[in-house]
Every structure is written in structure tokens, then in C-alpha cells.
Design a binder for this molecule. Structure first.
Ligand SMILES: [Cu+2]
Length: 277
């Protein structure tokens, strides 16, 4: 039973993985192997659901490995030269049909609850409209003066100290913390996907239709994401950078942004061309 000695080590490793680690919030670190720290109401639920799945799967793996070990050790041809001819066992068959159904129900119920939770908010305090383009995002604040601006990748050669490569943008999304933000997502060309892992956000932006979700960010900070639907040659170069600020800072930013991103008189937005690489 040499293998059993490795079990405490394995359990300790899993314990470390399963605990909420002090990774930098808002993005992944090199070699990070667990989820990003959950920073929104939805992300917290996704995180605990993932943990539930992890332990269910762990229990199944251990159970199957123990059964396999018993079979290999006790029922091999040497130890058990005359095998039993047993074929049916009603109780066993009922159990191995019923137990997986119960496991699936135990997974399905919280899963559906999370889906409905993430679907939309009944009590939205503001709206952000996100539009995907090949290959950048534009953001619109319909109930804060309806200004709109484009958000493009900062190329590696223009990065400043501390700015992560392929994640930094020129104009960030600014959102207030502790606020139910309704998110409306659409696209002008092909299907993109607006995904920010630490906020539990991942939804297609589809041309000709508007998808809805929402976010409530727990803490001020910078949260990074990427387009997660293969959308063309520059798919990997249209990151998302969200700056979550206090409600007061958000108000101040809105006043400044209204002027900075004012629509032109003819209603045409001042859009920048996406850099081709
Ligand atoms: Cu895309």
C-alpha cells in the first residue's frame, strides 16, 4: 500500500488549491492554476459552485480508484483463480442508477440558480452598453449623458511600467463599485464575447441583437478580460480593462468624460480606426 502514503500530500495540495489564494485581483498571474479571485456577486457564486464541483469530482475519483485497487489486489487471477459467475444484483443496479441521478440533480440545481442569478438584475442602478467591433470595443453610458468611446489595445512597445501586455487598453471602462450595473452587449460585425473572469462575466456580443447581463463589483481595482469568441485575425488584440472606482469618483469621472467623449453635432461618433497588426 505504498500509494496510500501519497494521499495526505495529495490532500494538502488540493487544500492549497481550493483555498482562496492571495493572487493579484483582476487578472491571472503566470503559472496560476486556480480561478482568479472572485470580485463580483456573480463571480463569488461561480467560484463556490466550482468548488462544489471540484469536491464532488474528487470524491468520485477516490471512490473509483479504491474500487479499482480492490479489484486489482483481491480479484486478480493468482488470488482468485475461480471467478464468481454472478451476473445480476437488483439492489446494486438500483443504487448505481439512482446515485448518479442524485449527483446530477445536486449539480444541476445550483447550476441553474447561478444561471438565473447572472441573467439580469431586477434593480439596475445604471446601464453600460458594450459594442464589439473587429477588433476593439466601444462603451456607451446611456443614462449618464449617452457618451460613447472606443477602447483599443495598447501595443507592447507603448506599454508603461507595470502595464500587462495584451491586456492594457487606451480608454478603460470605468464603473462604480457596489452598484448594480446592467450590461447590454451587442456587435457591429461578427460575434465577439465580452469576458472578464474575476467578475464572472462572459457573454456573446451578437450583431443584430442585444444580450443582457449585469455586474456588481465588490472592490475598487482594475479588472482585465479578453474577447472570448474567435472573431478574426486580431481576436487576441481586443482586451477589456475595467477600472472600478468609488461612487463619488465615478460621478467626477462622468462629468469629465461627458466633455471628453462628446458626440459630434451630426451624431457621428468620433471613432478611431483599429490598428492592423
Ligand atoms: Cu472578438
Amino acid at each position: 500500500m505504498k500509494g496510500l502514503k501519497a494521499l495526505p500530500f495529495l490532500a494538502a495540495l488540493i487544500g492549497v488549491l481550493a483555498s482562496t489564494q492571495a493572487w493579484a485581483a483582476g487578472r491571472s498571474e503566470p503559472w496560476q492554476i486556480w480561478l482568479q479571485e472572485p470580485m463580483s456577486a456573480t463571480a463569488e457564486r461561480v467560484y463556490s459552485f466550482n468548488l462544489l464541483l471540484f469536491w464532488i469530482e474528487f470524491a468520485i475519483v477516490v471512490f473509483v480508484m479504491v474500487l479499482m485497487a480492490i479489484i486489482i489486489l483481491r480479484f486478480n487471477a493468482k488470488k482468485n483463480p475461480v471467478p464468481s459467475k454472478t451476473t445480476h444484483n437488483t439492489l446494486l443496479e438500483v443504487v448505481w442508477t439512482a446515485v448518479p441521478i442524485l449527483i446530477l440533480a445536486a449539480i444541476g440545481y445550483p447550476s441553474l440558480k447561478n444561471l438565473y442569478f447572472a441573467d439580469h438584475t431586477e434593480a439596475a442602478e445604471m446601464t453600460l452598453k458594450v459594442t464589439g467591433h473587429q477588433w476593439y470595443w466601444s462603451y456607451n453610458y446611456p443614462d449618464h449623458g449617452d457618451f460613447e468611446y472606443d477602447s483599443l489595445l495598447v501595443p507592447a512597445e507603448d506599454l508603461e511600467e507595470g502595464q500587462p501586455r495584451l491586456l492594457t487598453v487606451d480608454e478603460k471602462v470605468v464603473l462604480p463599485v457596489d452598484t448594480n450595473v446592467r450590461l447590454l452587449l451587442t456587435s457591429t460585425d461578427v460575434i465577439h464575447n465580452w469576458a472578464v473572469p474575476s467578475l464572472g462575466l462572459k457573454l456573446d456580443t451578437t450583431p443584430g441583437r442585444t444580450n443582457e447581463t449585469w455586474v456588481r463589483i465588490n472592490q475598487p481595482g482594475t479588472y482585465y478580460g479578453q474577447c472570448s469568441e474567435l472573431c478574426g485575425v486580431n481576436h487576441g488584440f481586443m482586451p477589456i480593462q475595467i477600472e472600478a472606482v468609488s461612487k463619488d469618483d465615478f460621478k467626477a469621472w462622468v462629468e469629465q468624460a461627458k466633455e471628453q467623449y462628446a458626440k459630434r453635432d451630426d451624431g457621428v461618433l468620433t471613432a478611431k480606426a483599429a490598428p492592423v497588426r
